[in-house]
Write a protein that binds this ligand. Sequence first.
Ligand code: EPU
Length: 423
Amino acid sequence: MARYEIKGGNQLKGSVTISGAKNAAVAILPAAILVRGKCRIENVPDISDVRILLDILRDMGAKVVQPELNIVEIDATNVACTRPTDSLVKKMRASYYLMGTLLSRFGTAHVALPGGCNFASRPIDQHLKGFRLLGADVEDTNSYVCLNPGPNGLHGARIHLDMASVGATINLMLAACLIPGMTIIANAAKEPHIVDLANFLNTMGASITGAGTDTVKVRGVEELHGGTYTIIPDQIEAGTYMAAVAAVGGDVMVKNVIPKHMECITTKLQEMGASVVEYDDIIRVISNGKLRGAAVKTRPYPGFPTDMQAQIGVCMSLAEGTSRLIETVYETRFFGYTSELTKMGANINIIKESKMAVFEGVQRLHGADVAAKDLRAGAALVIAGLTADGITRVDNIHFIERGYQNLIEKMTALGADIKRIED
Ligand code: EPU
């Protein structure tokens, strides 16, 4: 067990380089299963979710080499396994992308239900509905999903998602890659990592159009070939550092970002009183730590991301006046961090019927012993600790280390007083 110990009060100054996108990496790495040949994938974040996925791929028989920390070479040509080890699969959420990849490459898959951050009920009915429309026979139990070709075999299909699910869009794009015929995914999610996955797959020979719009078309091809691909920067890691500077105060260049992906976060922080200036692949945030209250409603991309809800919640805890934060993607996500922020002196009232948290800004937070209940809730507690008077100890940091490469090193380089303490 380890925890972070944070002494608050230091302004953040200097520059921080954003790593590759977690949610793109966790889709692209299993996608390598579709490829006969070597995929060289660059800008892969060094985070525990990636390490677990690489263990799963090795365990399935893929050759996995890491010539450098953030470069991974995967050759899955000789993989024959269609039932990845349950205990590994259960360690993370995105292991469910193996359903789509194995179905596509082998026509069959037996995959345990995933683990990961459980801040809400996270059903996968849309993934399964799509697999059925692609012609699969789906056995769905409480502990695993088993896919096999149905009586008419696997074939392209038109799939209209009931909601723009990121995971279902990705899983169905993966599944459709090698299935004969045209698949159309309507009401698709548009997040940047969906475009990144499509670019990766097309580089390897897939035929995908429309990624980034609400209609993604995948024409099944016979085979994918090896190639080299670089993952996009992490929108949420960048947003987390931007929110940290806004709340704590300071002047930081957030480097290796795609400013377009950051627009709704940039705009909101500007509205709250921070100065946010965009350059080609850098965003500079300057703040004196004094913010104004705001209203935020989380939405699928290009709206304000639910994965930034907790971090902006810290800004709202300290902003002058009343702020309103409405969650539209995962109703119960507030509960991962608001009770912990309250221990630090925040004034938050959750109005369950309206899926809304109301923040009455306080002048200062104070240090406390708190626990991360999921990845982004944990990141928010780190930001809160950096603003607070006294010492904050954050437990359950394994959640945070799922998704933030070198958080301690990056924050320390900006002047934060934060240590990882081993018990
Ligand atoms: N939903 C269903 N049925 C489904 C799929 C989704 O009802 O079959 C519902 C969910 O319950 C939720 C909404 O649809 O209310 C959206 O869920 P989505 O499928 O889009 O989320 P996800 O694929 O499970 C990904 C990210 C999450 C991020 C969400 C929303 C990955 C690995 N995870 O999850 O990231 O919060 O999209 O943007 O890409 C994180 O990085 O901290 C994280 C949790």
